[in-house]
Write a protein that binds this ligand. Structure first.
Ligand SMILES: [Zn+2]
Length: 195
């Protein structure tokens, strides 16, 4: 059975409203939000070969950076097929790679995920007692930023998480109505949104 991958847009909306006039303080605000969500300190900043910004705890390996680019490439292709034109540059995206809060899912499969507060998922099937595990989470809508967990293998999982979180950001910048309809998975609906 294919697991639905969740993301939690609601955390981002407050941050998007706080975005300030210059990009330095903008980046500081987004970084602070990423550190608040994960409890990590992101000391490493680098770029993928295609130019996406990556913040991490340790220097990401080549496989990780390539997997991020592959996920964005797939995202941009499907976005163009849907007629979307904005936020389709690699450099539009900042990815935070957080420490995984679990390495395996309930079935024992390799599944590095991030634990985040349940909020609107409280009481749903996803609720693990005040928090839920997610493959990725949107950190900010503008500038585009999301978070995934560190992987040491199965890098295609990174590509999938990147594509999935990126969907929310592409929709925010191109189709605000559809964004609003698909941002919250607590009442059903998952990924992929864009076909
Ligand atoms: Zn999602």
């Amino acid at each position: 059975m294919k697991k639905i991958q969740l993301s939690l847009i609601y955390l981002s909306v407050a941050i998007a409203a706080l975005v300030s006039v210059n990009s330095y303080s903008q980046n500081r605000t987004v970084l602070a939000e990423a550190e608040r969500i994960s409890g990590d300190r992101f000391m490493i900043v680098t770029r993928t070969p295609q130019g996406a910004v990556v913040n991490a705890l340790t220097r990401p390996n080549r496989e990780t950076l390539a997997a991020i680019d592959a996920g964005l490439t797939e995202l941009f292709e499907v976005a163009r097929r849907n007629g979307y034109r904005k936020a389709l540059r690699y450099s539009d995206y900042t990815i935070y790679i957080a420490k995984a809060d679990r390495e395996k899912d309930a079935d024992g499969r390799y599944s590095p995920d991030i634990a985040v507060p349940s909020a609107q998922y409280a009481g749903s099937a996803y609720d693990k007692g005040g928090f839920i595990y997610v493959a990725g989470i949107v950190v900010a809508l503008n500038p585009c930023a999301f978070m995934i967990a560190e992987h040491t293998k199965d890098y295609s999982r990174i590509s999938t998480a990147v594509r999935n979180e990126g969907e929310h950001l592409v929709l925010y910048h191109n189709d605000r109505k559809r964004f609003g309809e698909t941002a919250d998975h607590s009442k059903g609906g998952g990924h992929p949104i864009l076909q």
